[in-house]
Design a binder for this molecule. Structure first.
Ligand code: TYD
Ligand code: MG
Length: 455
């Protein structure tokens, strides 16, 4: 074996013999790092005849008994529990709660689990475990970073689930680069994945997110594992969302919602509680959106603040809502409704510190901005669900029935929807007042007519 220096793109894994600034394969800048690989002498390949292809009708489907993690939100994102032999990657920013979530699952699952930590000492883990409520005592802790020592331990203890905290701290003797480099991560993950498949032991890998917000840095890891989950939230808030990004055994349209408490993560079964800020009186710039995240509808509060820019260049800021989309909506309001927003500061915030990817939020963002700019409050029992197009048209959104039902359940009196839903609504039984709008001007007219009535 001969050691050789190569340059590896830390984003996509492409290699070159010389350092280059921009990766020709993924287009990222400054991602090349020097790594040492041991090149094996190539031997002439042997041709063997031991592999066999199967006829499709001869293939038997093994009944996959998913492992119940005893955590409904986690099960939901996975599609009903952990599939034996599968490898799940949980990515997230430092401090978001990846270790807490994984330890909580390891402590509550009835099967024996092996929690491998390369980041914390056994006593630190014990301290954390003491904070969490747990029902079983079948969790073993191993503080180790070398894969060559971890795999024999997995064989020896034969756990029903292995947690690796984190993949970036692991190293293998097969490669000489330092831990955290793409070659080490790829090689360590490969060894663990092969073991998981061969012995049917599921593995949860924890991965850090890089500064661009990509999961675990190297994209390559996402291709290797079966399921990729992203744990997100604002660490200054208590709510956390676990989002499926890739799932070979289920849907990616589900999200799990948690609340970080002093004694661990609580499962949030009723996400509408995120908005429960009880306002005694109506305040301007606040609206409620009937949003859907994953498969679940929930009501969420949107807050906007529009004020005259005191210091030259107007500021725009958005928390929990796509910044580019906010700018698009502001441009639509300016052009189609004649509001002068280009000289004003606009701040937008989604209550609860969670990020929502639902275009149905547009209408409530628009209404919140108008309400704040005019300083006229919108009745707190009014909610919105609609997408806003570039011409100022209000477009229909998916699963309108669920949204209406959720709004009704929570006692809302009125919901604004796109005119295009007219036909579907005729078939839906509802007691809530439905206001159908097709243009931004109509929204404006309706809202401020109501506001006057209520004042
Ligand atoms: P942690 O799981 O260590 O995050 P990660 O592994 O993603 O880096 O969680 C870190 C934060 O969570 C830390 O700031 C303390 C807080 N925390 C609680 O609020 N309650 C708890 O019960 C625990 C264990 C942690
Ligand atoms: Mg951690």
């Amino acid at each position: 074996m001969k050691a050789k220096t190569i340059y590896v793109c830390q984003n996509c894994g492409a290699t070159t013999s010389k350092w280059i600034g921009k990766c020709p394969s993924c287009g990222q800048w400054n991602t090349y790092q020097e790594e040492i690989t041991a090149t094996q002498k190539t031997t002439t390949s042997r041709i063997t005849s031991t592999v066999k292809a199967l006829k499709i009708e001869d293939i038997e489907i093994a009944e996959t008994n998913r492992i119940d993690t005893k955590n409904q939100e986690f099960n939901r994102v996975l599609g009903g529990g952990i599939v034996p032999g599968s490898v799940v990657l949980i990515g997230g920013e430092p401090g978001i709660g990846k270790s807490t979530l994984s330890l909580q699952i390891a402590l509550n699952i009835p099967q024996r689990t092996l929690y491998v930590s390369g980041e914390e000492s056994a006593s630190q883990i014990k301290l954390r475990a003491d904070r969490l409520h747990h029902t079983t005592d079948s969790c073993l802790i191993l503080c180790e970073v070398t894969v060559e020592n971890i795999i024999p331990a997995i064989k020896e203890y034969n756990p029903g689930l292995v947690v690796i905290d984190s993949i970036q701290t692991l190293r293998t003797e097969n490669v000489e680069s330092s831990p955290g480099t793409i070659t080490q991560i790829r090689e360590c993950a490969d060894l663990l994945i092969r073991h998981a498949k061969q012995y049917n032991v599921p593995v949860v890998l924890i991965g850090h997110i890089n500064k661009e917000g990509n999961i675990a840095g190297p994209k390559i890891l996402e291709h290797m594992v079966d399921t990729v989950l992203q744990f997100e939230g604002d660490s200054t808030h208590v709510y956390r969302v676990l989002r499926g990004i890739k799932n070979r055994f289920g849907t990616t349209s589900e999200v799990g919602i948690f609340e970080m408490l002093h004694d661990g993560l609580r499962q949030v079964e009723n996400p509408s509680e995120l908005l429960l800020h009880n306002h005694d009186e109506n305040v301007s710039g606040v609206t409620i959106s009937a949003a859907i995240e994953g498969m679940r509808p929930f009501m969420v509060e949107v807050q906007a603040l529009v004020s005259t820019a005191a210091y030259g260049v107007p500021q725009r800021s958005s928390t929990g809502f796509d910044y580019k989309r906010l700018n698009m909506l502001l441009a639509v309001i300016e052009r189609r409704a004649g509001f002068r927003l280009s000289t004003k500061d606009v701040f937008l915030n989604i209550a609860g510190g969670i990020k929502i990817n639902d275009t149905a939020m547009d209408l409530s963002v628009l209404a919140a901005v108008l309400s704040s700019d005019l300083d006229i409050p919108i009745d707190y029992l009014t909610c919105f669900a609609g997408e806003v197009g570039l011409t100022g048209e209000i477009r229909p959104v998916s699963r309108i029935e669920q949204r209406i039902a959720e709004a009704e359940k929570l006692g809302f009196k009125r919901i604004f929807l796109s005119q295009s839903h007219k036909k579907n609504i005729a078939n839906i039984k509802h007691s809530i007042e439905i206001v159908l709008v097709s243009k931004i001007e109509e929204v404006f007219r309706h809202l401020f007519a109501y506001a006057h009535k209520n004042q």
